[in-house]
Structure formats: structure tokens, C-alpha cells
Design a protein around this ligand. Structure first.
Ligand SMILES: [Zn+2]
Length: 153
């Protein structure tokens, strides 16, 4: 298992060394590396993680072999693969996507702010930013905590 991860990482290094910046940003290889590490951690006890890690490896081999003529379909495939992995890690292993709490608490804060704005402040435009600010503070705090505990993808 360790070897598979090392191989994936070496492919990522190669891609990082050759692809141009705009493409690298689009493909988000740092995230790719993080999900590979998580898959590797769960692999001994999870068939699906094993399978997804090997799929990711095959996909990166593909990318590496055609790195100077990547097409939209390659990006699409890449995106789908990462999404599938993220969703498995979230559902099965309770890992959280980056900014998970932030997005939840921000929208929660906005609705609370809206309600407060309408009732207490009698000014909806005042309530929304207050609610949003509180939501962001709570969400960011929970995200930072999850990250510290290694629960973030
Ligand atoms: Zn798994």
C-alpha cells in the first residue's frame, strides 16, 4: 500500500514540474495528494478506498502520459474522480470537505440574521451582515478544529 501512495506522489511531482500554472490550479493537485493520503490510510480496512486509490493512480498515469495535450474530457474525468473520492471519504469515513462548516453556518447565520433583522432590529439590511458574521466566525472555528484533528479532506 505504501508503495502505491509513493508512486502516486511521484506522479504528482512530475505533473507539478511540467504542467503550467493555470492548469495546475485547475487540477488542484494538492487536494489530489491529500485525498490520496487519506485513501491510503483507510485502504487496509476499506475495499473501496483501495479501489479508488488504484483508479486515481491509473488516472494520473494517463495524465502524465498526455500532459502536453490535455483536453477538457481529461479535466472532467479528473474532477469526477476527485468528487467521487471526496464523497466516499465524507460518507463512509466521516471526513469533511474543506470549508464544510463555514458554508453551513454562513447560510444558517444569514437566515438567523434575516429573522433578527425583521423582528428585533426592524431592519433586515442590518440583521443579515450580523448573522453572517457570527455564522462565519463559528463555521471557521469548527473548520479549523476539524483540520487540527485531521478530519478534513
Ligand atoms: Zn473507504
Amino acid at each position: 500500500m505504501e508503495d502505491q501512495l509513493a508512486f502516486v506522489k511521484s506522479l504528482l511531482r512530475k505533473l507539478q514540474g511540467t504542467l503550467d500554472k493555470a492548469i495546475l490550479q485547475k487540477y488542484n493537485l494538492n487536494k489530489c495528494e491529500r485525498v490520496a493520503e487519506k485513501l491510503n490510510n483507510f485502504s487496509p480496512n476499506c475495499m473501496e478506498c483501495q479501489q479508488q486509490l488504484s483508479e486515481l493512480k491509473d488516472h494520473l498515469i494517463q495524465l502524465e502520459s498526455k500532459k502536453d495535450r490535455l483536453e477538457y474530457t481529461d479535466y472532467n474525468h479528473h474532477n469526477q474522480l476527485i468528487k467521487g473520492i471526496t464523497s466516499h471519504l465524507h460518507k463512509k469515513h466521516k471526513l469533511l470537505p474543506e470549508g464544510y462548516y463555514l458554508s453551513i453556518y454562513m447560510s444558517f447565520g444569514i437566515s438567523i440574521g434575516c429573522a433578527l433583522g425583521l423582528t428585533i432590529f426592524n431592519n433586515i439590511a442590518l440583521g443579515i451582515p450580523i448573522g453572517m458574521g457570527i455564522g462565519i466566525a463559528i463555521g471557521a472555528g469548527l473548520d479549523a478544529d476539524a483540520k487540527k484533528k485531521g478530519k478534513t479532506i
